[in-house]
Design a protein around this ligand. Sequence first.
Ligand code: B4P
Length: 191
Amino acid sequence: MFNLILFGPPGSGKGTQSEKIIEKFNLVHLSTGDLLRSQIAQQTPLGLEAKKLMDKGHLVPDEVVVGMISSALDANTSAKGFLFDGFPRTAAQALALDNLLELKQAPISVMLALDVSEEELVKRLIKRGETSGRTDDVNEEIIAARVLEYKTKTEAVADYYRQYNKVVIVAGEGSVNEIFERLGAEIESRL
Ligand code: B4P
């Protein structure tokens, strides 16, 4: 089993690249952002609570996202591998994921971390906000809050995997296809 984490700040291209990676390498895509937006669309109690936090640019509680990932792993027992997109986002989530994967004897193979300047991140998210209808992309204040959450809570996740030599930094600026080629080369060298 090949398990990959695609890591990076909001707007670094995780969702964009994930679509291409899962198609080429036949992995199951687990995006906590997508799972939460699906709960919001269905107006479940979990979705309504999550929306309040997401609209402010804050993270959703660890136990909520860990529960969603645990259920998704159980629902995909025949997967040949998983691509984790937007998860883990805190050190506690990273520990919980390791425990879940230990039960499957299928640890994380690599964390590919997209490197994008803050100026470019804000530009991309503002542009997406013009058409996506995503309430967390609508203004620079909310985007700044998301970047702050990333710096204070999420960046440490890379340190967690660095101690196991599992982090590879990938340049995240350029065309979508150029970045996909860089990511694909890293994946192929590990399969
Ligand atoms: P996510 O859905 O993960 O949103 P994101 O970090 O903004 O990344 P996303 O994948 O959407 O954007 P991408 O970089 O692909 O999370 C949303 C919220 O959910 C979080 O803020 C949090 O509240 C909550 N949440 C999710 N997971 C959680 C967790 N584990 N714990 C707690 N809370 C959690 O792309 C951005 C834009 O850039 C796109 O418009 C794209 O078209 C553009 N783009 C991509 N590549 C480009 C390129 N090469 N050049 C130019 N533009 C490009």
